[in-house]
Design a protein around this ligand. Sequence first.
Ligand code: ADP
Ligand code: AMP
Length: 216
Amino acid sequence: MNLILLGLPGAGKGTQAKKISQEYKLTHIATGDIFRRLIKDRTPLGLRAEKYIKEGRLVPDEDAVRILRDELSKLDIKSRFVLDGFPRTLNQARILTEILEGMDIKPDLVFFIDVDPEELVERISERRVCLKCGSTYHLKHNPPQTDGICDFCGEKLIQRNDDREDTVRKRIQIHLKEIKEIVKYYKEKGLLEVVRGDTIEELYGAIKKAIEVKFS
Ligand code: ADP
Ligand code: AMP
């Protein structure tokens, strides 16, 4: 099973991808997490990406595709994945189709997590993340067991520097335009599942149901 998660920033892709990857034993590939790791390690690609990310813009397709190719090439041939944060442009979606065809892989489902953009600013401003394992928390809806500490790996939680309100609004505007085209692309391929849910568990229930229907 190979899955792709689409959604505006803060829609819940990372939160759901983590749950799905644990339950279905899939590799979670999150391009945003990879960029943050490369920035932390001060690699040339990380340094190139840093200014775009800080400003809330998309990293140019060329570098985003590069890290995705690299990540997919590390996968064991039998391992399956859930993709979170890629594709983010129609061009990336088309390139992804080509890359996967070259690996003889077809995505089984593409989820679009549909959330009212108005809700996203509040969600993102209360988000805290673990840079070590990629876990995501919300101070109210999904707090860690111990204040400021990751439940999974014990690392200190941080607020991302692109999660400031002005940057968040800019990110949402940029993504609104791109995501419409990507959603249309996968709809035409017959792969799209639109999912909604007021809570993390409700949304996860909708995703699981779609997976069960597909594989029953
Ligand atoms: P994305 O990966 O799409 O940017 P995240 O998974 O990081 O989004 O979620 C953004 C924030 O919203 C996090 O703080 C997360 O804990 C919280 N969150 C995720 N899903 C929900 C939900 N269904 N209801 C309320 N808060 C949520
Ligand atoms: P995320 O953690 O998914 O919210 O991603 C954080 C930031 O990384 C985004 O705002 C983009 O600047 C950059 N990024 C992540 N994935 C991609 C991608 N597929 N294409 C372009 N930029 C990306």
